[in-house]
Ligand binder design. Structure first.
Ligand SMILES: Nc1ncnc2c1ncn2[C@@H]1O[C@H](COP(=O)(O)OP(=O)(O)OP(=O)(O)O)[C@@H](O)[C@H]1O
Length: 244
């Protein structure tokens, strides 16, 4: 479970996150939805301990990310936007290297890599050097790295960005599977339809603040509309993020 409490973060004069609080439960997919620049990535980076908030904190399974970052990170797996891979290493070597950094080794590590290889359908390219990998292949390697230590809490920053239709469907299946295994899944997107399709709970962020939070049904009721799109547009004050 992830509990974000009154997060604030500025970069110079830019207030990226002004006041973000939400709870993401185990066995649920929580969607952080908001237009470009709303503060989603900054929020996820704070949760993953890559950034320190100016104030507020996050508890990951009760562990405070500001005071016990190493303890918190053990309970987290994250797909961030960078997908930085060592191009001279194969996909398997990249994943193995990351596993070792996580303190995994030997038989247990190799078995887990094999499991993820099957789950993510990486058989065709896992033993190829990652130089020249397609975006979808790179995302799969990054996801494998994030899930290697079987974290209870999974953060996915715009996980379907740049993926083709088949890869997007596979990613959605994986996200649902994690939820069904009882994991706490938080993913960000600026596309309402995507969040609406996958999420049990939505946290709508605009200009660094949470403007709506609830299940789809709760949001429809709160905004007095049958239509989630209308609720979203009213809440953020623009139609950014709606697909044509
Ligand atoms: N390291 C940084 N230095 C300066 N400004 C930053 C930095 N990181 C984020 N910002 C600014 O903070 C604001 C929020 O950015 P953030 O990346 O969190 O938004 P986002 O909701 O993830 O947007 P997108 O959907 O475009 O990825 C933006 O105005 C951005 O330019």
């Amino acid at each position: 479970m992830i509990q974000a409490e009154h997060l604030k973060k500025s970069f110079g004069k830019v207030q990226a996150v002004k006041d973000v609080s939400f709870t993401a439960q185990d066995g649920q997919i929580t969607g952080l939805l908001g237009p470009n620049g709303a503060g989603k990535t900054t929020t996820l980076r704070i949760i993953y301990t890559l950034l320190k908030p100016d104030s507020g904190t996050v508890f990951v399974d009760g562990v405070d990310v500001v005071h016990q970052p190493l303890e918190a990170v053990r309970r987290l797996g994250a797909l961030t936007e960078a997908h930085g891979l060592y191009v001279r290493l194969t996909a398997r070597e990249n994943i193995r290297y990351f596993g070792r950094l996580r303190g995994m080794e030997g038989e247990a590590l190799e078995k887990r890599i094999e499991e993820l290889c099957k789950l993510l359908e990486m058989q065709d390219f896992i033993d190829r050097r990652t130089e020249g990998f397609s975006n979808g292949q790179r995302v799969k390697v990054s996801i494998a790295r994030a899930l290697l230590h079987d974290p209870q809490n999974v953060l996915l920053d715009e996980p379907t960005n740049g993926l083709d239709v088949m890869a997007t469907r596979a990613m959605r299946t994986l996200i649902r599977r994690l939820r069904d295994e009882g994991k706490c899944v938080v993913f960000s997107s600026h596309i309402m339809q995507e969040v609406s399709l996958l999420c049990d709970r939505l946290v709508v962020v605009a200009h660094g603040e949470v403007v709506l939070d609830g299940t789809k049904e709760e949001i429809r009721q709160k905004m007095g509309t049958d239509n989630l799109e209308d609720a979203f547009v009213t809440a953020i004050g623009s139609a950014e993020g709606l697909e044509e």
